[in-house]
Design a protein around this ligand. Structure first.
Ligand code: PEP
Length: 241
């Protein structure tokens, strides 16, 4: 399957800075590239380099109504979003999003024709306790419970060990391959068409480590935080895929 490299700008950017960044992004052969931007910039990103897919960083689990501050999946679809990140560890840790809420957000996205990039991953304490795959399995199980096995094969997954995000310390290739293989096996054991689920790695991916990470077994691309804000680094990572 074609690899996907998605940039997560997080809460960064300005109209002027975005323009400078966008002017330096371009399609790369053989890889799908997406940028997941803060909501207000979805309008600005209507003009973007050809071949660059658009995404958002969160979505409401509700379709419409009295939910002040929320943004629905159909609104994202109207602005041409192909992807939306759900369950990023920052949303789980800082905004109290639970596993089932993440599943409901993925469901809302799919219902509007937007592909959820569902983030899963363990904390350092959980890894040190030997519970990485158990935690990831629990996170996957909640999404599967909401979506069902058929719809689950339409999501993109992102394995993002919490301790590797923004830390400068990526998981090593062995750790990445182990969890990605575990995810593939978990999906297959739960009746999901595991081969059709793209599973990205995220956590301190940089130009210097991107190639070996993307070559690891069962890694279908990357979710890139900090390095997606620097055009040269982001394009180097995209080309490494
Ligand atoms: C992320 O926020 O999804 C991420 C992977 O961040 P970073 O690349 O900065 O570790």
């Amino acid at each position: 399957m074609i690899r996907l490299v998605a940039g997560n700008w997080k809460m960064n950017g300005s109209l002027a800075a975005n323009r400078v960044l966008l002017d330096r992004l371009e399609a790369a052969p053989g890889v799908e590239i997406a940028v997941c931007v803060p909501y207000p910039y979805l309008a600005q990103l209507q003009q973007r380099p050809a071949g660059l897919a658009l995404g958002a960083q969160d979505v409401s689990e509700f379709a419409a109504g009295a939910y002040t501050g929320e943004v629905s999946a159909s609104m994202l679809a109207e602005f041409g979003c192909r992807y939306v990140i759900v369950g990023h560890s920052e949303r789980r840790a800082l905004f109290g999003e639970g596993n089932l809420a993440v599943g409901r957000k993925a469901h809302a996205a799919l219902a509007a024709g937007v592909v959820p990039i569902v983030c899963v991953g363990e904390t350092l304490a959980e890894r040190d306790a030997g519970q990485a795959m158990e935690v990831v399995g629990r996170q996957l199980a909640a999404v599967l419970e909401v979506l069902g096995a058929a719809a689950m094969s339409s999501v993109v997954l992102a394995y993002e060990p919490v301790w590797a995000i923004g830390s400068g310390r990526s998981a090593d290739v062995g750790q990445i391959a182990e969890v990605h293989g575990g995810i593939r096996a978990w999906l297959a054991a739960h009746g999901v068409d595991a081969e059709s689920v793209r599973t990205l790695y995220g956590g301190s991916v940089k130009p210097g480590n991107a190639h070996e990470i993307f070559m690891a077994a069962n890694v279908d691309g990357g979710l890139i935080g900090g390095a997606s804000l620097e055009a040269g680094d982001f394009m180097a990572i995209c080309r490494a895929a």
